[in-house]
Design a protein around this ligand. Structure first.
Ligand code: SF4
Ligand code: SF4
Ligand code: SF4
Length: 266
């Protein structure tokens, strides 16, 4: 057994009850949001992950134009505890660390609230709490893991949608479940978070449709990769501008020479 702990989120059995959200708030003593209100366009009133919502159950509510047909998908979302974590890569104070459970944890004593990690995470997971002045996200209940317990959300989930354990074992379970779903005609079902996604997500998902349907990026990138790409784009851009300038100069020069010759002959 490895020390790599994580979660298999089986969205095929999520009922959208939000028990996991409540358990997270309660265990981690996260306050209510300042404003509570109906969004007006969804049964989900949380909207997104935030400094005070480390877990959020996404509601994907699909209706036909005449609203006679409908489909509901749910996905309980949180930090993915990525193998290649963009947040860790950009943190200037090394406040974001990898724990003995291979999870990604923010040390609030070292965090200076600079917000680099907010833009470094390709999943929009981290927010800075304006009152505490530090970055906030799911810890995979680090305190509970140290105590030999499973995370609060996993313990609470009534349908076993959130399964906690050894990542390699969980991935085998997910593969078996995926096979079963496909046999039952769920052709779009897929696993999101294998090694092709940032080296693997310790918190990975069995989805019932394509990742984009759940607003998950198809090909999330590390900040360094994005930077390298924009660097090359800038270099090629500069070369292009230089070439255009050179060609324009050459054309003007040729034109001038032709005019001079014409005057001499005249
Ligand atoms: S999901 Fe975002 S916050 Fe969580 S480990 Fe990955 S990059 Fe960091
Ligand atoms: S693992 Fe713990 S901190 Fe993370 S979402 Fe679940 S309850 Fe919240
Ligand atoms: S993951 Fe479990 S607890 Fe959370 S909404 Fe789905 S069924 Fe409810």
């Amino acid at each position: 057994m490895s020390d790599k702990k994580g979660m298999f989120i089986d969205t095929s059995v999520c009922t959208g009850c939000k028990g996991c959200q409540v358990a997270c708030k309660e265990w981690n003593k996260l306050p209510m949001a300042d404003e509570i209100g109906l969004t007006g366009n969804s049964y989900d009133n949380t909207g997104s992950l935030s400094a005070v919502n480390w877990r959020h159950v996404k509601f994907i509510e699909q209706f036909s134009d005449d609203r006679s047909q409908e489909r509901w998908l749910f996905m309980t979302d949180s930090c993915k505890h990525c193998q290649q974590a963009g947040c860790m890569e950009v943190c200037p104070t090394n406040a974001i660390i990898r724990t003995e459970f291979d999870t990604v944890y923010i040390d609030h004593d070292i965090c200076i609230g600079c917000r680099y990690c907010v833009s470094g995470c390709p999943f929009g997971v981290i927010s800075v709490d304006d009152i505490k002045g530090t970055a906030q996200k799911c810890t995979l209940c680090y305190d509970r893991l140290q105590d030999g317990q499973q995370p609060a959300c996993a313990q609470t989930c009534p349908t076993d949608c959130i399964q906690f354990g050894d990542v390699d074992d969980l991935m085998k379970q997910a593969d078996t479940k995926l096979e079963l779903l496909k046999l039952n005609g769920n052709s779009e079902a897929n696993i999101y978070g294998k090694s092709d996604v940032l080296g693997g997500l310790n918190v990975f998902y069995l989805l019932m449709d394509q990742p984009s349907v759940y607003a998950l990026p198809e090909n999330p990138q590390l900040p360094s990769k994005k930077q390298a790409k924009s660097y090359f784009m800038s270099v090629f851009g500069l070369i292009g501008i230089g070439l255009v300038g050179l060609l324009t100069f050459r054309a003007n020069r040729m034109k001038q020479m032709a005019e001079d010759q014409h005057q001499i002959q005249g």
